[in-house]
Ligand binder design. Structure first.
Ligand SMILES: C[S@@+](CC[C@H](N)C(=O)[O-])C[C@H]1O[C@@H](n2cnc3c(N)ncnc32)[C@H](O)[C@@H]1O
Length: 270
């Protein structure tokens, strides 16, 4: 397996720092008020979760994990960042929702968890922290019951080619994967957009659409659909404008490129 302990540990520190900030900057009022935070596209694409077991990989502070619990799933959230999971535990208590949270790298999970699930779910801001996509897909597959569903919604890899400090769509970065991660220095604004500046550095990998699709196929999953979307849940580029609650897209004549993708795949059997 392609794995860098320096990058993984550095990213753990990065996410511990962000989790503390996100406890107050994430907008999860609807969850506290008895609702959930899953957007209508995911609701439709994942389908009914009531009474089903759901494993959420890279769950961060658990806002989506708890949303699926509110929708009736029996949930397990996994994340490498202990501070994220402390926040998730406090949120679960405030919401009166039952959830199990496990601290582990995705890559160590087979040694930590032996259950299998109806649904393995992961979303938004997850792939760039992964050093080995084939191992990730095969681990996700190993946690599915026969006939179980894998679902991912993620920022579109093509979005990552654009300069995030320029107006418009200016190509600046390589679309294709490289084995070595890019190290981003600290002192970057937090994507949650409340003015917080993240001090700790991070290490990221770029993965293409074909890397994702081939990893899932290579793990033996049958892809049911892949969709591309023209909105994002955060302002990734300066020209983006808000288009409804928590949604951002490119304006008018720049509304030309995919910003998110989703894939649903199924394990054999069942
Ligand atoms: C952008 S956040 C996910 C955000 C989530 N979709 C949300 O809206 O809250 C990425 C998460 O991946 C976690 N992570 C990074 N590398 C990981 C790994 N190797 N194993 C497990 N979790 C990891 C981080 O700790 C962080 O909580």
């Amino acid at each position: 397996m392609q794995r860098s302990t320096e990058a993984e540990e550095g990213n753990r520190v990065h996410w511990d720092e962000l989790a503390s900030a996100h406890e107050s900057s994430y907008e999860y009022g609807r969850l506290l008020d008895g609702g959930h935070l899953i957007d209508e596209v995911q609701l439709r694409e994942v389908g009914d979760v009531a009474g089903r077991s759901l494993l959420h990989l890279q769950c961060h502070i658990g806002t989506d994990t708890l949303s699926w619990a509110r929708l009736g799933a029996s949930v397990t959230g996994v994340d490498i960042s202990p501070v994220s999971l402390e926040v998730a535990g406090r949120l679960a208590e405030k919401c009166g929702l039952k959830a199990r949270f496990i601290r582990s790298s995705v890559y160590d999970l087979p040694g930590v968890l032996s259950d299998t699930f109806d649904i393995v779910y992961t979303s938004v801001g997850v792939l760039c922290w992964l050093s080995d996509l084939e191992a990730w897909a095969s681990i996700a597959r190993s946690f599915l019951k026969p006939g179980g569903t894998f679902y991912i919604m993620e920022g579109h890899p093509f979005l990552n080619v654009f300069d995030d400090e320029s107006e418009g769509l200016r190509v600046k970065y390589d679309y294709f994967h490289r084995t070595d991660p890019v190290k981003w220095p600290g002192d970057c604004p937090d994507y949650a957009g409340d003015g917080y500046v993240v001090r700790s550095p991070s290490w990221e990998w770029q993965w293409t659409v074909s890397d994702v699709v081939n990893a899932l196929l290579g793990a033996g999953l049958r892809i049911e659909f892949m969709h591309e979307h023209k909105y994002l849940p955060w302002k990734a580029l300066p020209s983006m404008t808000e288009c409804g609650y928590g949604r951002w897209r490119m304006p008018g004549e720049l509304d030309l490129v995919p910003l998110m993708f989703s894939v649903r795949a199924r394990a054999a059997g069942g």
